[in-house]
Design a binder for this molecule. Sequence first.
Ligand code: C2E
Ligand code: CA
Ligand code: CA
Length: 663
Amino acid sequence: MLFFKNLVNYFTINALEPELNRERFSALMKQVPLMYSILTVNLISLAYPHIGSAPDYLTIYIPAAFCLVFLYRNIVYYRTSLDNLKDDKIVKRLNSTVILSIIISIIFVIWAMVLAQYASDLMLVHIVFFLYITLYCCIFCLLHIMQSAIYLTLIIILPSFLYLITHEELVFKAIGVNSLLVSAGLIFLVTNHYKNFTSLVAQKIKLTEQSSQLEKLNQNNLQLANMDSLTSLPNRRSFFSQLGELTSRQDSLKHQTTIVGLLDLDGFKRVNDVFGHPTGDDLLVKTSERLHNILGEDIVLARLGGDEFGLIINKAEDVKNVIGVGEKICEAMRLPFKLREGSVQITATIGFVEYPTMGEDSKTLFERADYALCYSKQNSKGKPVIFSSDHETIIREVSSIEHQLHEADLNKELSIMFQPIVDMHSGKTKGFEALARWNNPILGYVRPDIFIRSAEQMGTVSKLTSILLSKALKLACEWPDELYMSFNLSIHDLSSPQTVLNIINIVEKSNFPNDRIVFEVTETAVMHDFEKANEALHMLKLLGAEIALDDFGTGYSSLSYVQRMPIDRLKIDRSFINEIDTDKNTRNIVRTIIDLCNNLDLYCIVEGVETEDQLAALEQVGGRYIQGYYYSRPLVPEDALDYLAQHIDMPKVKTLAEKWSNV
Ligand code: C2E
Ligand code: CA
Ligand code: CA
């Protein structure tokens, strides 16, 4: 049964092999026109010599009808386009070719045999020659439809063999036997060829499948390489490739205004530190979901790494109202997040830059958005800032500051000013804070916070610290014995044992007593690398110096850090003092900090006191040690000595305190 089924499959066109059928038809299309052309030529060359010796219907009408059919078939093939043929149509066309080849070959055989009746022996040879040459030509042209080739051979060879073998001339008998054997050999070759052809097609199909699988795999890989696995957002690589596409555009959209944004979460590190990394991850996922909901599909949102996200805004109305979009994001980010450990609240800060006006390549765009972000973090945390020409000017100034810091004779150009720290109860000066000044021949006076930050970024701040500390210590030697000197250290001064040893070395070499030195450090400097900074502070303590925590209230103001650090003094930042005489809450905060200092036995200094009212308010909340313009602006060293001589006592406090007790 199975054998029979296989046999049937072998001799029919199988509709379940669409790819194979398509390949067969494609081969057929190339060969069939040639086959019909050869058939036409053969037919005419056979019929023509018989005109007159056989009836006209045999030599003219039937051949003419055949020629018309062949012409028609050629036109049909010529007009066929394989791409437009559906699989079932191809099967139909193949089947019809098989049937047609059977019909044509039967008619051919009958026609040839009838014609043979009118033929002499010579003409009979012509007819036999015609039949076989036509058959072999058709076999080769129909190689890819093995069924047709076999039917054709059987239909033509068997009757002609019988006819020739029964002929009285031996030569015809020999032709009959010979052609039978050759045809058997040809059938063997045809089936072999067909097997090779089908296995080639099968291999081709397999290869196509493999390459399409490979393509899919490549696409998956590409997707994975461009996706952040935690949030499923596009990643840094994808963001930069989109930025690259944007800036290398050559089409009409080349100069379409686009906004590039960088968003950074404020307070993420704390969530990570306090609750652990899984909760931090949870927060990042929820953040990306929230951002995605606000921004929709029109704005590209990518996670660049850590708690940093990138935005690309193309839509005209969003571009026009980019600060509005930024504010919407910042507002949404302020709402609490429900995490597995509980609810947390963070903020987001955003820096934007406009393409192409403020940057034409990805590097500049990224740097400038990053600058706007940092600028916002320092000046308006939790808000969006767009990079402007003012920022461009600052960047240019900073780069010339950096250049001059590198080139200048700092030993000559750096100097020190001293600002007194006064006990408001007695009016006595307790010490001075040394403040750096830089007068450069090209840049003029540069603000210390600016050039110190530049030197920190360049990594050369310890060179400045060495010069400034040596100068300050030398000058302080001229002061009365009870005065201390406060000196500011930066992040880099605390970052390595070498820089700390360098400071210790300078202190040891000076004639100023170690226990009259106070080193001021800010919370942010310590937080940068708490363990290292804490170690450095302990080394300075061993030297005999005291440590003051500067600008308290502007950074983390974390009590746990205050407790873990070897701090002797705390300086309340001047931002609290601005409103101390007008705002009750501020007064309460300052009172709490002063109480904290008293409880922890810390010496508390209040910075930035400018007016009598501020001083009075401070007296009311328990402040005592004051630094500010009210007593004195920073002074050149000689003026500091004059100041000491002139201001022995400043007992103004009592009357002020009376005034404030009525508020
Ligand atoms: P800082 O350590 O907080 O120094 C106090 C700053 O407040 C000084 O600014 C001082 O002039 C200013 N100030 C004092 N009283 C008042 C006041 O009543 N009102 C106002 N508006 N300001 C007042 P300065 O000298 O411009 O220094 C700025 C910052 O530069 C310093 O802030 C400090 O962070 C840094 N700095 C200064 N000298 C050095 C230094 O030698 N080394 C390091 N690493 N940093 C320094
Ligand atoms: Ca200071
Ligand atoms: Ca300060």
